[in-house]
Design a protein around this ligand. Structure first.
Ligand code: GUN
Ligand code: FE
Length: 453
C-alpha cells in the first residue's frame, strides 16, 4: 500500500527561500532570515523552517532544488499582504481631489454626487476595475469596501474583486435619510430587501474570498428603523457590519440632535444591535474612554484612517489610547476622504498623528514604525475577524504576501552598504511604493503582475 505524499508535484507546491518580515502577537516586527517557506495548491502555508531543513523538507514534500524560488538577500523580502480595513471603492473617481471641505459639506458637494453615478453599471464596472487593480498593485491583499446603494453595481464590484483575486468584504451601502441630497438615498423597505438580495446573490456566486458586510452608512443617514432592521438582519445571518462613528465634531452633534436620549454616539449603534464582535467602525476620532471601553467589551474594531482625518480636518485619532483600551485596530485609506490608495501611506499617517500628539502631550507614547506595520497587517486581520486566515506568516494560514524588491530601476529610495535589514525595511515602509511591490500573492495565487490580458 502506498501512502499519499503530503503534497505531490501535481498539487503545485510553491517553495520560497529568503527573508520574511512580519508581526506576531508578541512582536510587532519579527525578521525571519534564511527561511524556507512552502505553499500548497490550496494557497496555504504548509511549512516555514530554517534553510538547514531544506533536504528533509524536499524529501517530505517532493520538491527539487531547482523548483525553489530564491530571494536575493537584502534586495528582496516578503511581507504579509496589506489590509485596508476601510475604503470606498465608489469614491475612486474623486481620489486626490475635492479635499477642501469638512466631512458633512464634503459628502453633499462631492461624495453623494459621485456615488449616484454608480446606478450606471458600465460606469461601475470601469471604475471598480480601476480601483481593485490600483489597490492590488499597492499591496492590498484584503480590502473592506463600501460600494454604493445600488445592489447590482455592488455585485459587480464583487465579480471584479473575485476575478482579480483580491480578498474582500463588500458592502452595499444602506441609507434612507438624505435631506440635502435627496436624489441619493433609498426608501426604508428597499434598503433592507436589497441588502438581503445582495447577500443572497453573493452567497449563490460562491466566490471563495469575497464576503458581504452589512453597511449602514452612518447614523445621520439612517432612520432608527433602518438601523434596527440591519442590526437584526446581521445577527440572524451572522454577518459582519461596518459603518462610521465619531469622525467629526459636527457629525457627533448631529447624532446628539437625532438621538437626544442616548448616552453617546456608540450607544445609538449599540441599542440598534450594531455593535458586535463582527463590527468594524471607521474613524472613532472623538470617542470617549467610556465608548472605547464599550468597544472593547463588545469586541468592536476601529479602522484608523489618518489620511482622511487630516484631509477632511476631522481630528487626530489617539491610537495609543485605543490600544491601551485593548480595542482591535486596523488601518484604512478611506479613499476618497483620504487621498492615497496605499496602506503604506496609512502607516506613515498613523505614525505622524502620534508624533503630532506627542507635541501636545509631552509624555505621549508615539506609535513605533513596527507597531504601525502590525496595525497594517495582523491588526487589520484581527479587526476584520480574518486572523485565522491571514495577517502574518504562520503554517496553516493562507499565503497573502508582497514580494518587496528594494532595487528596482528608478525606485523611490536607495539602499546603502551600511544599511541593516531593519534600515532597509524602514526605508521601504516610509518611502516605498508600488514600484517595489514586484509580486503580490493572495491565497497563494500571484495576482500582481496581473494575470489576465
Ligand atoms: N461618513 C459617512 N459617509 C462617509 C464617507 O463616505 N466618508 C467618510 N470619510 N465619512 C463618512
Ligand atoms: Fe469612510
Amino acid at each position: 500500500m502506498t501512502t499519499k505524499a503530503p503534497c505531490s508535484p501535481g498539487d503545485s507546491l510553491q517553495v520560497f527561500k529568503g527573508t520574511l518580515l512580519h508581526s506576531t502577537d508578541t512582536s510587532p516586527l519579527e525578521t525571519l532570515d534564511h527561511r524556507i517557506l512552502g505553499v500548497n495548491g490550496m494557497g496555504k502555508i504548509v511549512f516555514i523552517e530554517t534553510v538547514d531543513k531544506e533536504n528533509e523538507l524536499s524529501q517530505k514534500w517532493h520538491f527539487k532544488k531547482e523548483d525553489i524560488r530564491v530571494l536575493r538577500p537584502r534586495e528582496e523580502f516578503f511581507i504579509p499582504g496589506l489590509i485596508d480595513t476601510h475604503i470606498h471603492a465608489s469614491q475612486y473617481p474623486n481620489m486626490g481631489s475635492c479635499l477642501d471641505l469638512p466631512l458633512l459639506d464634503w459628502l453633499i458637494k462631492y461624495t453623494f454626487p459621485v456615488e449616484a453615478k454608480f446606478k450606471d453599471l458600465k460606469f461601475a464596472e470601469d471604475t471598480y476595475t480601476k480601483v481593485v487593480k490600483r489597490t492590488l498593485r499597492n499591496g492590498t491583499t484584503t480590502a473592506c469596501y463600501f460600494a454604493t446603494i445600488h445592489t447590482d453595481s455592488s455585485l459587480k464590484l464583487c465579480d471584479i474583486v473575485d476575478k482579480l483575486g483580491q480578498r474582500a468584504f463588500v458592502g452595499k451601502v444602506c441609507m434612507d435619510l438624505n435631506e440635502l441630497f435627496p436624489e441619493y438615498k433609498e426608501i426604508l423597505c428597499e434598503s433592507l430587501s436589497e441588502t438581503a438580495r445582495f447577500v443572497a446573490e453573493l452567497a449563490y456566486r460562491k466566490y471563495p474570498l469575497v464576503n458581504p458586510i452589512v453597511t449602514p452608512r452612518f447614523v445621520p443617514s439612517c432612520s432608527s428603523k433602518l438601523l434596527q432592521q440591519l442590526g437584526s438582519f446581521a445577527k440572524r445571518n451572522n454577518l459582519h457590519i461596518q459603518s462610521h462613528v465619531s469622525e467629526s465634531c459636527k457629525e457627533v452633534e448631529v447624532v446628539k440632535g437625532m438621538f437626544p436620549n442616548y448616552k453617546d454616539y456608540s450607544d445609538v449603534y449599540d441599542k440598534h444591535s450594531l455593535l458586535t464582535d463582527k463590527t468594524i467602525m471607521a474613524h472613532g476620532v472623538h470617542l470617549s474612554d467610556d465608548e472605547l471601553e464599550r468597544f472593547h467589551r463588545k469586541g468592536v474594531a476601529i479602522s484608523h484612517c489618518p489620511n482622511s482625518n487630516t484631509s477632511l480636518c476631522s481630528g487626530l485619532f489617539d491610537a495609543r489610547n485605543a490600544l491601551n483600551h485593548k480595542v482591535n485596530i486596523g488601518l484604512g485609506t478611506d479613499v476618497s476622504g483620504g487621498y492615497s490608495p496605499s496602506v503604506l501611506n496609512a502607516v506613515r499617517g498613523a505614525i505622524d498623528v502620534t508624533k503630532i500628539l506627542s507635541l501636545k502631550f509631552s509624555d505621549y507614547e508615539k506609535l513605533t514604525y513596527q507597531e504601525a506595520f502590525r496595525l497594517a497587517t495582523l491588526g487589520g486581520s484581527k479587526a476584520l475577524g480574518l486572523d485565522k486566515l491571514t495577517g502574518n506568516f504562520e503554517v496553516g494560514k493562507d499565503f497573502d504576501a508582497i514580494l518587496v524588491n528594494t532595487n528596482v530601476p528608478f525606485g523611490p529610495f536607495e539602499v546603502f552598504p551600511d544599511d541593516t535589514q531593519q534600515d532597509i525595511f524602514q526605508k521601504f515602509l516610509f518611502l516605498g511604493d508600488d514600484r517595489n511591490m514586484v509580486e503580490v500573492y493572495v491565497a497563494g495565487k500571484k495576482v500582481v503582475p496581473f494575470q489576465e490580458s
